[in-house]
Ligand binder design. Structure first.
Ligand SMILES: Nc1nc2c(c(=O)[nH]1)N[C@H]1C(S)=C(S)[C@@H](COP(=O)(O)O)O[C@H]1N2
Ligand SMILES: [Mo]
Length: 386
């Protein structure tokens, strides 16, 4: 097979003018995705140095929805961007070029890293949003987080290297050919404007196809949103009791929540005990890391009431354990600020009905501004240091 030569690519569509314009939106998508990703990582740290805020209650719902939507929008943008620039991959540099050779080599390495990291991030992110986990959950989060830094670092290097070209391209008309490759002389099947319009449309479709996971009135058009179906109480079910292997233990009438303070079991509260305590109602979303979210009206007991009654000191982190025997989501650390918040409930009801088995019966955690993955279902115990 012959290696293509850049001169074989003759379309004027493959130009800095198109690449820079698509690049601006790709940069905006990647930047937003990166920042919202940092928020999500922070929200999931068990004991962050700076505590994640408990307000606004819808904060994580917003940032994570934005994370998934911008990630999806980046897919068509990245494909078009790669299509416009890939002939440059085959450019040969004269080995006698001396110092320029080093510069070109470094630039290519940074681009290789950028492309590899971007493709990896979008592919794993999409798989995750589609609830396809060919890997173990924790390793997804660690790798997706680590490579986010690689991608954003390589992106900054790339923009710095290309700044002059970008400036010139954006400053000139889209049909300007001054900075085109010499062989790019043929008009191509569509105009540059038409290619750009199609690209924006494709990104728009990607947004609409996923945003319904977060925005209720977009549900009907969101063909790619996995959790647009309704569930009991208007909240979809992510993992069923059967899938978590808790059907028998969660339905057991002898169930009781253990409250452990400083290693001592201070109380064992059955469902009747919990119902006898003061009940409160809050409107809080389940906002999954996979991007979908739904608002629920939860009723139950304040976790702070239960902890205080058991003699716990306020402000301590609480280890929340589920009846579930295996899996990464069976235990979470609820930071002290969340445990103290009046809106954080041991929920017994959703939308005025007792929790269904799949939504976490007999009792689940709901806290404001908290990733869905940490809203533990089928609670078994609460543990706090004395
Ligand atoms: N014990 C347990 N709790 C869990 C999970 C789980 O797998 N096991 N999944 C979490 C995830 S990822 C989400 S998004 C929410 C979903 O809650 P729902 O099924 O009531 O919508 O529950 C969380 N609580
Ligand atoms: Mo989730």
């Amino acid at each position: 097979m012959r290696v293509p030569h850049p001169d074989h690519f003759t379309s004027r569509l493959r130009s800095p003018a198109v690449a820079a314009r698509v690049g601006v939106w790709l940069g905006i998508s990647f930047g937003t995705c990166f920042l919202t990703g940092l928020v999500s990582h922070w929200a999931q740290l068990p004991s962050p140095a700076i505590g994640f805020p408990t307000s606004p209650a819808w904060g994580y719902r917003f940032t994570q929805g934005l994370h998934v939507v911008t990630g999806c929008a980046a897919v068509p943008l990245l494909l078009v961007k790669l299509w416009t620039v890939y002939p440059r991959l085959f450019e040969r540099v004269d080995p006698r070029a001396g110092r320029r050779l080093v510069a070109v080599g470094l630039e290519r390495v940074s681009i290789a890293v950028l492309v590899a990291a971007s493709v990896f991030q979008l592919a794993t992110g999409l798989a995750n949003a589609a609830q396809w986990y060919p890997w173990r959950e924790f390793s997804f989060r660690t790798t997706h987080y680590a490579l986010a830094w690689v991608a954003i670092g390589a992106l900054l290097v790339h923009v710095a290297v290309k700044l002059e070209v970008i400036r010139a391209a954006l400053g000139a008309d889209v049909d300007d050919t001054t900075d085109d490759r010499e062989s790019a002389v043929e008009p191509g099947p569509v105009s540059r404007r038409a290619l750009l319009r199609t690209t924006w449309a494709a990104a728009g479709v990607a947004v609409l196809a996923t945003a319904g996971g977060t925005v209720p009135w977009l549900r009907r058009v969101s063909v790619l949103a996995v959790r647009t179906g309704e569930g009991p109480g208007g909240v979809p079910i992510n993992k069923s009791a059967a899938a978590a292997g808790v059907t028998a233990t969660a339905a057991d009438p002898g169930w009781a929540l253990e409250v452990v303070v400083g290693g001592d079991v201070r109380s064992r509260l059955g469902l009747t005990d919990l119902r006898a305590l003061p009940q409160h109602t809050v409107d809080l979303p389940i906002a999954c890391v996979e991007g979908w979210s739904a608002q629920g009206r939860w009723s139950g007991v304040r976790i702070s009431d239960v902890l205080t009654a058991a003699g716990a000191t306020g402000g301590r982190d609480v280890l929340v354990t589920s009846l579930q025997q295996s899996g990464a989501f069976r235990r979470t650390v609820l930071p002290g600020a969340f445990a103290d918040d009046d809106r954080t409930l041991l929920a017994l009801d959703l939308a005025g009905e007792p929790l269904s088995l799949d939504h976490g019966h007999p009792c689940r955690l709901v806290a404001p501004n908290r990733p869905g993955v940490l809203q533990t279902k089928w609670l078994a115990s609460l543990e706090v240091d004395a």
